[in-house]
Every structure is written in structure tokens, then in C-alpha cells.
Design a protein around this ligand. Structure first.
Ligand code: MN
Length: 147
């Protein structure tokens, strides 16, 4: 195993493929994934780099496993629970278990972040129509989310 995988500029790393965010679905837009440290690293966790193109968004989801996120590129916003937060480079985002979350890039900037997760994790679930309705009770959430 090569000890150092060099950064090649523009948030690309030597030998790390740029992959689709998820293999299926249309509940997200313009997102790529790079697995920087995968299951093979022997740590029990994985470190991924996600990048959302301007106006791109991740899926609105929740699950049992938490996320620890470090923003490293651009700007955007995130829904965590029932609140929307502005994001800038080096901000830290903590998504607790079973908490709704969705990332969105700014309209004029990409949003790139490192995301740490448990190596063994449950599948994300998306809101039911009733849960979506409940989320939309807050106006700032209603205008933010993309489902
Ligand atoms: Mn998630």
C-alpha cells in the first residue's frame, strides 16, 4: 500500500476515482464522491470527500449512524434536524443519529467536504410524505429542502 497519495489539485487525489454520489435515484443533484480512506484502511471508519456543484444538493435523509463533516471547499448550507445553517470552509458539522440532513451548495460556488462515517452503517431513509409535510412546517426549512 502506497503511504502517500498526492493531492493533484482541485480536490483530486492520486489513484482515487471520482464516483457518483449514489448508484441510483434522482433525489440528489450534481454530487460526486471520492473514498479517501475506505474499508481497507483497517480503521473501522471511512473518510469520503463529497463535492456538490453550484446549486447541487445531497439527498434529504436520516439514519442511525452519525456524520462528522469538515467543509474544505466553497460555500453552501446544510439542514440538520429542523434548522438550516450557513457553511464556509473549515466549518464542522455534526449530524447526530436519526436526524434529518441535507447539504446544498451555494448558487455561485461548489461545496466540498470531508465526511467521516462508521465502516458498518445502516441504509439512509428518505422522508415519507407525512414526514416531509412536518419538515415543511418551518418556512425556512420548506424553502430549503429538495425532496
Ligand atoms: Mn447521511
Amino acid at each position: 500500500m502506497k503511504p502517500v497519495l498526492q493531492h493533484q489539485g482541485s480536490f483530486r487525489w492520486e489513484g482515487v476515482p471520482v464516483q457518483p454520489y449514489k448508484s441510483e435515484g434522482s433525489h440528489f443533484r450534481d454530487v460526486t464522491r471520492q473514498t479517501l480512506f475506505g474499508p481497507g484502511a483497517g480503521l473501522g471508519c471511512e473518510l469520503r470527500y463529497f463535492e456538490l456543484a453550484p446549486d447541487g444538493h445531497s439527498s434529504l435523509e436520516r439514519h442511525e449512524h452519525p456524520h462528522a463533516v469538515v467543509v474544505v471547499r466553497g460555500a453552501g448550507r446544510v439542514l440538520v434536524g429542523h434548522e438550516v445553517f450557513e457553511l464556509r470552509v473549515f466549518d464542522l458539522v455534526r449530524v447526530p443519529p436519526r436526524t434529518w440532513h441535507q447539504f446544498r451548495a451555494a448558487s455561485d460556488a461548489s461545496l466540498g467536504f470531508l465526511c467521516l462515517v462508521d465502516g458498518e452503517r445502516d441504509r439512509p431513509v428518505r422522508p415519507t410524505p407525512e414526514e416531509l409535510e412536518a419538515l415543511r412546517q418551518r418556512p425556512e426549512v420548506a424553502v430549503f429542502i429538495r425532496a
